[in-house]
Design a protein around this ligand. Structure first.
Ligand SMILES: NC(=O)c1ccc[n+]([C@@H]2O[C@H](COP(=O)([O-])OP(=O)(O)OC[C@H]3O[C@@H](n4cnc5c(N)ncnc54)[C@H](OP(=O)(O)O)[C@@H]3O)[C@@H](O)[C@H]2O)c1
Length: 285
């Protein structure tokens, strides 16, 4: 199977590439090599190379900045995804579109959002990602739309690394305790992506680590596993003052994974444990 990965210099793109073996026919493309907003380039590349699967990791992910530049966010997240979807359909390739818990509004009371709950995004980033979902469904029937959340791994920038870095330089780290979600370890997400591709059971799936916590609880667990001395202190979103509104509750649960006999992702604490182990191994002198 020939697999292309765009957005390959990003957090997830790098994780995907690292989890295939050199004998697999997998090629990554950074934004410089393949800008998905360039419809002609996208079409020419896919027509010429004819991959079987495109894992679409390219995205505009600046949640706060998107409030000030919605056109840029939609250009990449909605119309960039459409370009890839349309070209995938033309060559009969499967498209994997990675989406987000921020398509939900946060009003659900407990139990988590499943794949059949109605999106109601609160911010520009979430709206642009939901628009991308709709365009992928419209332009490429053989798709996987995989909603994930609070993603972290050894590559790129993420909350886990920020807490570890801060925990080594400051004694007190305030973290919001009024947003609840599902932190997801990128390594677990990639395992599920690989498993789903093999099933050919197309559709929308929630692929977050199971369980739920607040950012504060997530940070406490990171500090515990990474033996950080800094004190993690609970705070509120309003005290933090971020530009984009975030859902207070965006836990992702899944009915579609078990319905297709695909294992749910491990508990989020297991993700933190694996990441801590890998981080310690990678940074050992
Ligand atoms: N990170 C999270 O917490 C999270 C949570 C839920 C869902 N997701 C979704 O997961 C996916 C992967 O996210 P991530 O964390 O890996 O984000 P990331 O680290 O920001 O990676 C995104 C990559 O896409 C590239 N890109 C931006 N515009 C592009 C374009 N026009 N053409 C091609 N590439 C372009 C970026 O390049 P530049 O750096 O040069 O801009 C970057 O390398 C995204 O779809 C995101 O919406 C992420």
């Amino acid at each position: 199977m020939k697999i292309f990965v765009n957005g390959a210099a990003g957090q997830l793109g790098q994780e995907v590439l690292s989890r295939f073996s050199p004998s697999d026919d997998v090629r990554g493309f950074s934004r410089d090599e393949w800008d998905v907003t360039d419809g002609e380039r996208t079409r020419d590349l896919l027509q010429c190379e004819r991959p079987d699967v495109v894992i679409h990791c390219a995205a505009y992910t600046h949640v706060d900045r998107a409030e000030d530049e919605p056109i840029v966010a939609y250009r990449v997240n909605a119309y960039g995804a459409r370009n890839v979807a349309a070209s995938c359909r033309e060559i009969g390739a499967v498209m994997v579109y990675v989406s987000t818990d921020y398509v939900f509004g946060g009003e659900r009371k407990g139990g988590g959002y499943d794949e059949w709950d109605q999106p109601a995004p609160l911010n520009v980033y979430g709206r642009s990602k939901e628009a991308g979902e709709q365009l992928v469904r419209q332009f490429c029937p053989e798709h996987f739309i995989l909603r994930t959340s609070w993603l972290y791994g050894v590559h790129g920038h993420n909350f886990f690394k920020a807490i570890v870095d801060k925990g080594r330089t400051v004694s007190r780290i305030p973290v919001v305790n009024d947003q609840t979600g599902s932190p997801t370890y990128a390594g677990h997400l990639v395992s599920t992506i690989k498993e789903l591709i093999a099933t050919r059971c197309y559709g929308t799936f929630h692929t977050a680590n199971s369980g739920a916590c607040t950012w504060y609880q997530f940070a406490k667990e990171i500090a515990r596993q990474m033996l950080l001395k800094a004190q993690i202190v609970p705070t509120t979103s309003s005290q933090f003052g971020q530009k984009a509104r975030r859902p207070r509750y965006s836990v992702l649960s899944s009915v579609s994974l078990p319905a297709q006999n695909v294992a749910p992702l491990p508990h989020w604490r297991e993700g933190v444990r694996e990441m801590s182990k890998q981080w310690k191994e990678d940074t050992r002198d």
